[in-house]
Write a protein that binds this ligand. Structure first.
Ligand code: SF4
Length: 108
């Protein structure tokens, strides 16, 4: 198993989201909510009502930490994962000095 430590969370980089997150709360909700338009300016995006709602749903999901970590180590992932937006994950990567790899690189 390939893994990466992010803070005190160890992330399996070989996770298959369709299997590991099969009981995810977002599975039952319109996916549009989790993929808002990220081209808006950062403040407008963060204050978006749908973004807040998606984050709230993630907060109630048992996969929140694992899901956020999964997306943090994959810079190409967009949308809200584990209650984090793409800009927030970018900031986390910068803070933790994580470059991240593409899906292809993880699978190689
Ligand atoms: S934390 Fe959020 S995005 Fe991740 S599986 Fe749960 S509901 Fe879906």
């Amino acid at each position: 198993m390939k893994s990466v430590n992010i803070g005190n969370v160890t992330v399996n980089t070989e996770l298959n989201t369709t299997i590991e997150f099969r009981d995810a709360l977002c599975k039952y909700i319109d996916p549009e909510l989790f993929f808002p338009d990220e081209r808006r300016n950062s403040n407008e995006y963060q204050d978006n009502e749908n973004v807040r709602l998606a984050k709230k749903i993630c907060g109630d999901c048992k996969h929140e930490i694992e899901c956020a970590a999964y997306a943090i180590i994959r810079p190409n992932i967009v949308g809200i994962w584990g209650g984090t937006t793409s800009p927030e994950r970018k900031a986390i990567r910068r803070k933790l000095n994580i470059v991240g790899l593409t899906e292809e690189e993880y699978e190689a």
